[in-house]
Write a protein that binds this ligand. Structure first.
Ligand code: 5GP
Length: 298
């Protein structure tokens, strides 16, 4: 039996309103206003838009997760494509929440949007700074992150350009205030950290961001943002690395020994990285790194 005309109109109005409400939830997730896990946690009779949203749409709204990755994630989570958030089984919900926590962290961590985040790491004295500097000069469209450090400035280094030089108390305060995307004690000596805000802002504007950090920092970034591209800069050979370190002459003997020991550990970790670039020539290496920013990881 056909429903009376008035009911049909009211029904289709309600359907349009429900679709709009779901679209708004998706927009909030995509813009970073709301974390996907909060949507899962609030889904229920009192929040029908959240409850009737398909899980695939929820995941697909998360910045950086396109249809291909979403489909793969749904498969990994063993959730059918048509499943709605409110209809999840208990085990499915646990798996989804675990995934979302890994992916977006707990509330308060600023979510990222497209624009590529590239981490340039590699052993000491391999020339990361020189390659990054070359990119800064020749590719002003790429934001080169400026770290904070407790190391004193070397001759020629400029506050706010090379680093923000801070004392221990200031660094402690920045850690306390959760101002760092990552931070680490490098070479068992000084602390270095990547300020979070400029990076999130640039990525939100669709810009590419380059972090020139150590291995511990690269691992932290990978944990927080699995979509970051990790590039490992390699020296042409071990001998060449030692030669560069000695040639630089900026460190005393003890410091050099410490850095070489770190370099050995760092070289052993190269397989954790997505891309490898050999730094035989700065210009070529810089070009390769910039090209990697445009490579799709899907
Ligand atoms: P340098 O003292 O020679 O400028 O840097 C020493 C090391 O600290 C380099 O390997 C450099 O990549 C690393 N580093 C610089 N900034 C950061 C940062 O913000 N975070 C981490 N984890 N390492 C950094």
């Amino acid at each position: 039996m056909k429903p009376p005309e008035v009911d049909r109109i009211a029904g289709s109005r309600a359907a349009v309103a429900a679709r709009r409400a779901r679209a708004e939830v998706k927009r909030q997730i995509a813009s970073g206003e709301r974390l996907a896990i909060d949507v899962v946690d609030s889904a229920g009779d009192e929040h029908p838009a959240e409850a009737t949203l398909r899980v695939s749409e929820l995941i697909g709204s998360i910045p950086w997760l396109g249809p291909t990755r979403t489909a793969r994630i749904m498969e990994d989570l063993a959730i059918s494509p048509s499943k709605r958030v409110g209809g999840l089984g208990a085990h499915q919900k646990v798996r989804l929440r675990e995934f979302l926590l890994r992916r977006q962290g707990t509330a308060g961590r600023a979510p990222l949007r497209p624009g590529s985040l590239v981490v340039l790491a590699g052993p000491t004295a391999v020339g990361k700074g020189t390659v990054a500097g070359h990119i800064r000069t020749h590719h002003p469209d790429v934001l080169l992150s400026v770290s904070a450090t407790t190391r004193p400035p070397r001759p020629g280094e400029i506050e706010g350009v090379t680093y923000y030089f801070v004392d221990d108390a200031r660094f402690d305060a920045m850690v306390e205030e959760n101002e760092f995307l990552e931070w680490a004690t490098v070479h068992n000596a000084y602390r270095y950290g990547t300020p979070r805000t400029p990076i999130v802002t640039a990525l939100n504007q669709g810009k590419s961001v380059l972090l020139e950090i150590d291995l511990q920092g690269a691992r932290q970034v990978r944990q927080a943002f699995p979509e970051a591209r990790l590039v490992f800069l390699l020296p042409p050979s071990w001998d060449e690395l030692v030669r560069r370190l000695v040639g630089r002459g900026t460190e005393d003997e003890a410091e050099r020994e410490r850095r070489l020991a770190t370099a050995k550990i760092e070289l052993a970790a190269q397989d954790e990285f997505d891309f490898h670039v050999v730094n035989s020539d700065v210009e070529t290496a810089a070009r390769e790194v910039v090209q990697l920013m445009a490579v799709s990881r899907d």
